[in-house]
Design a protein around this ligand. Structure first.
Ligand code: MN
Length: 386
């Protein structure tokens, strides 16, 4: 297993309540935000980005309420590089602020209608103001992945000198791949020597891979959302990053991973976003085996087709009986009903099960299996009588 620099210091900042809620069409109720914050804290997240205080109203009140929960996690407010924004954050009682401004020319010219010089000045002023008030500061380089690298180094250096605690490297439009990420983050850290957070988006399906590549290059923080909820194709998923660090990189962050499925279901309900069966780590199909060879292996020893145990993420193993089943799965399934089949019976039933599954174009429910078995017994008695 590859060794990662600073492996013991990797920290997770979850932004389900900020970047996750920014997803088109998603709104959390205030109570839902509080409950999600509590669950994130219980699971072991180091920092919770709770929202955008300058929005005022319910958003600000909820962030205040989250700060009053007395959680172990640090609570961060999101801000533009504007003093007024930071004042709203401070009024909420957060202990950390994210100060965000674009560093790419395309954003500076076409969105901010500003200049590199003004971007630097606003960021430095906002950072110095926040540090004067004693909060932890993450300076967010929005669209960092499309920024001129030389300007990004200058920006990061200025942030560091203004007292920023870390730089959030935002792959805002999700155009990185792991190889590029590794090179760029390595270079950034060696040039500037500032703590880096990976904030990656999943437009090309590489958010988690890019986050890991950043960690490999020395990034100490990873920004995530539950089930990868986020704009467009979403963000790096909390459950994917934590489990990949643990099982692929040997870095155990000691999270209560057994809560992952429950948290995923809750965020899915609250955001009205479906949780697909094939979702990595928490999808209901993660531990479902139908194919004869896989089910046989998983029944003999789950490690043959499973990298970690279902209980580790709050799921259960299921043997699905359908077109691709084999006799050992049929036997195991009927044993659950207290029926011990011999090989001949298992083979006879398998033929009937397969025919039914093809006809219905789906696996079979337990009840259907029982009916097939009863029909089979009925035929056997009739044959014996003849
Ligand atoms: Mn984002």
């Amino acid at each position: 297993m590859d060794k990662i620099k600073n492996a013991d210091k990797i920290k997770i900042v979850d932004t389900t309540l900020r970047d996750g809620e920014q997803t088109a069409g998603v709104v959390f109720a205030n109570k839902e935000k509080l409950r999600i914050a509590k669950m994130l804290d219980a699971i072991g997240v180091d920092q919770i980005e709770a929202g955008i205080p300058v929005m005022g109203g319910h958003e600000k009140e909820t962030i205040k309420a989250i700060c009053k929960l007395g959680l172990k996690a640090s609570i961060m407010g999101w801000n533009r590089a504007v003093i007024k924004d930071i004042e709203h954050s401070l009024e909420c009682g957060v202990d950390a602020v994210a100060i965000s401004i674009s560093t790419s020319d395309i954003h500076i010219e076409h969105k901010l209608r500003s200049t590199r010089q003004k971007v630097l000045e606003s960021m430095v002023k906002a950072t110095e103001f926040a540090k004067k008030h004693g909060v932890y500061v993450s300076v967010n380089a929005e669209d960092a992945s499309r920024s001129d690298p030389e300007f990004l180094y200058e920006f990061a250096q200025a942030a560091k000198e203004a007292g920023a605690d870390r730089l959030r490297y935002c792959d805002t439009v999700g155009i990185l791949d792991p190889f590029t990420t590794y090179e760029r983050i390595g270079e950034l850290i060696s040039r500037v020597g500032i703590d880096v957070e990976m904030h990656t988006h999943n437009d090309f399906g590489m958010a988690t891979a890019n986050a890991l590549a950043g960690v490999h290059a020395g990034a100490k923080w990873v920004g995530v959302t539950v089930i990868g909820l986020g704009e467009r194709a979403g963000n790096a998923a909390l459950e994917e990053v934590v489990m990949a660090l643990k099982h692929l990189k040997g870095i155990d962050l000691n999270f209560k991973t057994e809560m992952f499925r429950e948290l995923a279901e809750y965020v899915s309900l609250a955001s009205k976003r479906e949780l697909p069966a094939w979702k990595p780590i928490v999808g209901s199909n993660m531990f479902a085996h139908e194919s004869g060879i896989h089910a046989d292996g998983a029944l003999k020893d789950p490690r043959t087709y499973e990298v970690f145990r279902p209980e580790e993420v709050g799921l259960e193993r299921q043997i699905v009986i359908g077109k691709h089943s084999g006799t050992s799965a049929i036997k195991a399934k009927f044993e659950e009903y207290g029926i011990v089949l011999d090989q001949k019976e298992a083979e006879d039933l398998l033929a009937r099960v397969r025919a039914a599954a093809v006809e219905l174009k789906r696996p079979l429910f337990d009840k259907e299996l029982v009916y097939i078995y009863e029909d089979y017994l009925h035929e056997q008695t009739k044959e014996a009588a003849n």
